[in-house]
Design a binder for this molecule. Structure first.
Ligand code: SIN
Length: 501
């Protein structure tokens, strides 16, 4: 088959390598350089190696509890069953996970895990190590790589995907493929504050929405609790708390135990809300105290965080550092079965763009790299089963009219649309804490906004963000109950808003 993978994080590159190894002709299309994207930023690691006393069943149970009852148990079983094989594969492709002096994999601990089971590389540079190894592996194959190419849309004919429309150097091109694997990541840039790198604008989900592909659970947006509250968003890994760091208020008290018996290692949504509330109450960011770990241990186990905090003027071995939540991960996305198939024949989705059902309402830490590897491989293995299901490709022209594909309903919107205004609105009203009124107002504003007919990459991204914002706010308004990362409150949300300082 002639297969295109759109995106080059762990999920996309795993899918591409497996598809190629199965004999398919594979093209990887990526928005920037090969390997750019969220994977390279991942600090914590990959969950799923079982030390003494741990088991797949315990990992599954922790995943289901974090998912707040909305995970698909079958998808979770697949994740934990395939996890060890995929980690072994990463090692065989050259990822040097950290090991003890006697050669055993070192296992870290993160929130809501009942056991230390996170493998990591370069201390806190796991994603970079994985990305380097997979990019090198792809470069060693006959996989064709197309960089700096933007996915404009899916081409759909006779109810099957038949290719993709790309924008490269300002030129639009329609390319025919037998199967399309979306691996375009999430949509962190829906929000004013995010851990995600630039370019995480939900392009794959937006393209799927325009093509009428089933998308679900967009209301479940995970906010990571501990971003350094000084300068551009920089994540301070949950693994630091896993090693014993605490969260303290302005009087030095460990306030997270007020919210959950597991304190700093409670599920992320709980810790994030506790931090937001405490910061609002004291009028300044809360602090993470890692001083008890000592300067040499911090530098050795967390070299990236150690460097960046020092660059920003903190010696975290001597003083607690200010931290605040930011948008981190989208649990929802393009609905798939256990092999990455979507509701559109020939279209697969893997990684953060997909909603496999693994994460439910809240993702367990370090399950995302694992999910990308597991379901990337499974989608590649399922490609053959989609062969011949689609009717012949008829046209090089997309049936979609992009000017019509973004909903701009109200010509009299109160404020003009800009990406920054959208991100602030989403942060204020469709973020960590959500009220009926805030969600309804946000949806009204978003629905009324206009954006220019997209021509440049930035304009396409803006249109995608606007489309996704409307879908996210609608989903959040429709889900009346609080569950996992989706938290409805009758309180005035204004009192709890955060500013990154
Ligand atoms: C972290 O290192 O805290 C992030 C890991 C993750 O998002 O799973």
């Amino acid at each position: 088959m002639n297969v295109v993978v759109v995106g080059s994080g762990i999920a996309g590159l795993t899918a591409a390598l497996h598809a190629r190894e199965a004999g398919h002709s594979v093209t990887v299309v990526t928005k920037a350089a090969l390997g750019d994207g969220c994977t390279g930023y991942a600090q914590g690691g990959v969950a799923g190696v079982y030390g003494a006393g741990d088991s797949a069943a315990r990992h599954a149970s922790d995943t289901l509890i974090a998912g707040a009852g909305l995970s698909n148990a079958a998808a979770v079983d697949v994740l934990v069953a395939d996890g060890a094989t995929r980690i072994a594969e990463l090692i065989s492709r050259g990822v040097g996970f950290d090991r003890s002096a006697d050669g055993e994999l070192l296992l870290g601990r993160e929130a809501a895990h009942s056991h230390a089971r996170i493998v990591h590389a370069g201390g806190d540079a796991t994603g970079a190590a994985i990305s380097r190894a997979l990019v090198a592996a792809v470069r060693r194959t006959a996989i064709e790589v197309v960089e700096n190419a933007f996915l404009v849309d899916l081409i759909v004919c006779d109810a099957a995907v038949r290719g993709i429309r790309l924008l490269t150097d300002g030129v639009s091109d329609d390319l025919e493929f037998d199967a399309v694997i979306l691996a375009t990541g999430g949509a962190g840039h829906l929000y004013a504050h995010t851990t995600n790198p630039a370019g995480t604008t939900g392009d794959g989900i937006a393209a799927a929405l325009r093509a009428g592909v089933e998308v679900a659970d967009l209301e479940f947006v995970q906010f990571h609790p501990t971003i350094l509250a000084a300068g551009p968003a920089f994540l301070v890994s949950e693994a630091v708390r896993g090693e014993g760091a605490t969260l303290i208020d302005d009087e030095g008290r460990r306030f997270t135990f007020d919210a959950h018996p597991d304190g700093e290692l409670a599920p992320r949504d709980v810790v994030s809300r506790a931090i937001a509330r405490q910061a609002a109450a004291q009028g300044s960011p809360v602090r993470m105290d890692a001083t008890m770990l000592g300067a040499s241990a911090l530098a050795q186990r967390f070299p990236t965080i150690d460097r960046v905090t020092r660059e920003r003027g903190f010696d975290w071995s001597r003083e607690p550092i200010p931290v605040t939540p930011a948008a981190h991960y989208l649990m929802g996305g393009v609905v798939t079965d256990l092999d990455g198939r979507t509701s559109l024949p020939g279209l697969f989705a893997v990684g953060e763009v997909a909603r496999t059902g693994v994460h439910g309402a809240n993702r367990l830490a370090s399950n995302s790299l694992l999910e990308g590897a597991v379901f990337g491989a499974r989608a590649a293995a399922a490609l053959d089963s989609s062969a011949g299901s689609a009717p012949p490709f008829r046209s090089q022209k997309s049936p979609l009219n992009l000017a019509d594909s973004v909903t701009f309903r109200d010509e009299n919107a109160r404020r003009p649309f800009s990406r920054a205004a959208l991100q602030q609105l989403m942060w204020d009203h469709v973020g960590l804490l959500r009220t009926d009124g805030g969600l309804a107002d946000a949806l009204g504003t978003i629905s009324g906004w206009r954006a220019p007919t997209p021509r440049s990459v930035t304009e396409h991204e803006d249109a995608n963000l606007l489309l996704l914002a409307e879908a996210t706010a609608s989903a959040a308004l429709a889900r009346a109950e609080s569950v996992g990362a989706h938290y409805r409150t009758p309180d005035r949300v204004e009192a709890l808003q955060l500013e990154t300082v």
